[in-house]
Design a protein around this ligand. Structure first.
Ligand code: ZN
Length: 261
């Protein structure tokens, strides 16, 4: 038997439980005998994660949900495998994640990043059910509230449990955000809206999909929002920018024949 190392009441994180990095954060939420997993990570860590869960004395038959925060391969590659081990659990995610996982889209899921020589397996899977903003996932006497928080990618979901927000790849403890990449469906205006929603909420703790959980800090969120706001009008993330004011200035200066100064 392994003691359950709860980060917050009823919340276990499998990297913390294992006292080592397994991959992305894998949150186990439980109430009574029922439990769920938020993301599962890569396929090669599934067996170890399930073994730890078993040793913490959770019944595998009582897993209610296997949640995909989004369809990125480092979050969901093990989903098909873990579903085989936990057949009573319902796999759930956003409709856009459903589409990517069903079609086995290798670009939007980052299974294939040819510039970096990354080409890894993406097991195709059809989610049992799609969920979206405002839905609630019942777990014993508890309820997880579903937030649609697009930006990093269209299908990104966050989950609220009381004063906790499982915020996926929206923001990390160092103030970074999930990467911005047009080929991944990133959308900077949507990202700003999602971060603003998180900032304006009364949640107290953020539990991200990479790195440690941390107390919600509005200054940190505002700095990220300001940075992304700048990116909307700069070439840095040009394929995701909404405009480039410099070119308008240049055009004006060209017509007026303005010399360098
Ligand atoms: Zn991620």
């Amino acid at each position: 038997m392994l003691p359950r190392l709860e980060l917050f009441p009823n919340v276990i994180e499998m990297n913390f439980q294992a006292r080592k990095r397994l991959g992305c954060s894998v949150y186990l939420v439980f109430d009574g005998a029922d439990w769920l997993l938020i993301d599962i990570g890569f396929e090669n860590s599934v067996q170890e994660i399930i073994e730890i869960i078993r040793q913490m004395d959770f019944s595998l038959a009582h897993c209610r949900y296997l949640i995909a925060t989004h369809a990125d391969v480092d979050h969901i590659q093990g989903l098909r495998r873990v579903k085989e081990l936990l057949p009573s659990a319902e796999t759930v995610g956003h409709p856009e994640s459903q589409r990517l996982l069903k079609e086995g889209d290798r670009i939007w899921t980052y299974a294939e990043i040819s510039a970096q020589g990354i080409s890894i397996d993406l097991p195709v899977i059809e989610l049992d059910r799609t969920i979206n903003d405002g839905d609630r996932l019942q777990l014993g006497s508890k309820e997880l509230e579903v937030w649609h928080t697009p930006g990093h990618t269209e299908g990104m979901l966050s989950f609220r449990l009381g004063n906790l927000l499982f915020c996926a790849d929206n923001i990390y403890r160092d103030g970074g955000v999930g990467n911005i990449d047009a080929h991944h469906g990133s959308d900077i205006p949507a990202f700003i809206e999602s971060l603003t929603r998180i900032r304006d909420s009364d949640v107290e703790w953020l539990l991200p999909s990479h790195g440690p959980p941390f107390r919600k800090d509005n200054a940190l969120l505002e700095a990220a929002i300001a940075r992304l706001d700048g990116y909307q009008h700069l070439s840095d993330f040009g394929t995701c920018a909404v405009d480039w004011p410099l070119l308008d200035e240049w055009e004006d200066e060209l017509t007026r024949g303005v010399l360098p100064k």
